[in-house]
Ligand binder design. Structure first.
Ligand code: GLU
Length: 365
C-alpha cells in the first residue's frame, strides 16, 4: 500500500511550543515497520515555523509574511536534521521535498515532482514533505498541510491518507463545547454531509494552521482522487501500523473514485492538447495491450508542447486512439522519432525515462 501520513504541529510538539522528539521516534519506528511490511510511506510534516520560533527563543516578531518566511527557513533545516537523525536510528533514509501549490498546478513540475517522489518511495526512502514556506507567497501557497497532504496523495496515487492529529477523529459537534458530540466512525456517502462541514467549524489550535475544516477538505480531495482517508489521534498506540492493518480507529472516509479514474480525469482535463503523436500499427497493438508508448513506435510528431503536457496519440490513419502525458518536449521528440529507447540519452544528452508516454499516464479512447 502507498500511504501518505500527515503529522501536524500539535502532534510534533505534543501540544507544547517545543519539539517533542519521543513522539517522532515512535512515528519513525512505525514507519520503518511499515516499510519492512512492504508498504511505501510518505510523510507530510508541519513544524518549520514552530521550530524556527523555538530556535530563536520565541522572539516578538511582526505578524507579516517575511517574518514567517524567516522562521520557516530556520526551522525547516532543523526539522529535517531531526527527521534525518531519528529515522537514522532505524537505518532509514529520509529526503526533503518542499512544494507549493504552483508546483502541483503546472504540468511539467507536477510530473517532475511525481516522478521524484515515486523514485524515492521505490527505493524505500521516506520523503518528508512540507510546503516551501520560505518562498510561498499568498498566490502560490496551499496554506495548510492538511490540503497539502491530500494534494500529495493525489500526486502519487496513494491508497491511504492518514491525518494524524490530537483529536480522536471527526465529531458531530465540537466535543469541547457539546457534551453529546459523537465520534463519526465512517463517512461513505458520495458527498461529505453538510452537517459535518458545519460541525467541523474553525480551528482553535494555537500553533498549527489546520483545524477540522481543512481536514475535511483534505479528506474530500483524497477520496475523490481514489485514496481512503483517516483522521485519527497520534496519541493512540501504534496508530500508523493499526490503520495500515485495516483496524478501524478514528474517522474513516471511503474513496469515491478509483485512482485510475482520477488520473484519467486529470489527463483528459487538459485545457488543450495541441500535440499529436502519430504511431505505427505495432505501437497501436502494444498500447491496446497496456504497454507504454516508446519512441521506436512513433512515426511523426506535430504541434508544440512541453514535457508534462497532454498530447493526442493517433494511429496511421490519423484516428485518435489515446491521450497521455508526454515525458518529453515536442522539440525533443522530433529528434527521437523511431529511435530505440537506449539511444535517447546519446541523442538528447539526458533521459527522462524510456517511454514517450508511460502507460500509467495514458487513457485509451
Ligand atoms: N508549513 C507550515 C510549517 O511547517 C505548517 C502548515 C500547517 O501546519 O498546516 O510550519
Amino acid at each position: 500500500m502507498r500511504i501518505v501520513a500527515k503529522i501536524g504541529t500539535s502532534t510534533l510538539t505534543n501540544g507544547t511550543s517545543c519539539l517533542a522528539p519521543p513522539l517522532l521516534v515512535d512515528f519513525a519506528r512505525q514507519t520503518s515497520e511499515l516499510l519492512d511490511a512492504g508498504h511505501q510511506v510518505l510523510l507530510v510534516t508541519s513544524g518549520a515555523i514552530a521550530l524556527g520560533r523555538e530556535k530563536l527563543g520565541f522572539p516578538q516578531l511582526p505578524k507579516d509574511i517575511p517574518a514567517k518566511q524567516m522562521l520557516a527557513a530556520i526551522g525547516q533545516s532543523r526539522l529535517m536534521a531531526v527527521y534525518d537523525q531519528i529515522f537514522g536510528l532505524y537505518g532509514r533514509t529520509v529526503a526533503q521535498i518542499l512544494l507549493t501549490r504552483r508546483d502541483l498546478e503546472r504540468r511539467r513540475s507536477y510530473l517532475n515532482a511525481r516522478n521524484a517522489l515515486i523514485a524515492l518511495v521505490e527505493q524505500k526512502v521516506v520523503p518528508i514533505v512540507n510546503e516551501n514556506d520560505t518562498v510561498a507567497t499568498e498566490e502560490i501557497r496551499v496554506g495548510d498541510n492538511d490540503n497539502l497532504s491530500a494534494l500529495v496523495a493525489n500526486l502519487v496515487d496513494a491508497d491511504l491518507l492518514i491525518l494524524v492529529t490530537d483529536q480522536a477523529g471527526l465529531y458531530t459537534a465540537d466535543p469541547r463545547k457539546e457534551s453529546d458530540a459523537q465520534l463519526v466512525s465512517e463517512v461513505s456517502t458520495g458527498e461529505i454531509p453538510e452537517e459535518l462541514w458545519h460541525a467541523a467549524g474553525g480551528s482553535d489550535s494555537r500553533l498549527g494552521t489546520g483545524g477540522m475544516v481543512t481536514k475535511l477538505q483534505a479528506a474530500d480531495l483524497a477520496r475523490r482522487s481514489g485514496a481512503a482517508c483517516i483522521i485519527a489521534s497520534g496519541k493512540e498506540h501504534d496508530i500508523l501500523l493499526r490503520l495500515a492493518n485495516g483496524e478501524k480507529v478514528g474517522t474513516y472516509f471511503t474513496p469515491v473514485a478509483s485512482s485510475m479514474e482520477s488520473r484519467k480525469r486529470y489527463i483528459l482535463s487538459a485545457r488543450r492538447a495541441p500535440g499529436v503523436l502519430k504511431v505505427d500499427d505495432g505501437a497501436v497493438r502494444a498500447l491496446r495491450r497496456g504497454a507504454s508508448l516508446l519512441p521506436i513506435g512513433m512515426t511523426e510528431v506535430s504541434g508544440t508542447f512541453g514535457r508534462g503536457d497532454t498530447v493526442r496519440v493517433c494511429d496511421p490513419t490519423g484516428t485518435e486512439i489515446a491521450r497521455g502525458i508526454a515525458n518529453y518536449d515536442s522539440s525533443d521528440l522530433v529528434r527521437i522519432v523511431r529511435c530505440p529507447s537506449d539511444a535517447i540519452e546519446a541523442i538528447l544528452g539526458y533521459h527522462f525515462g524510456d517511454e514517450v508516454i508511460h502507460h500509467n499516464n495514458m487513457v485509451l479512447l
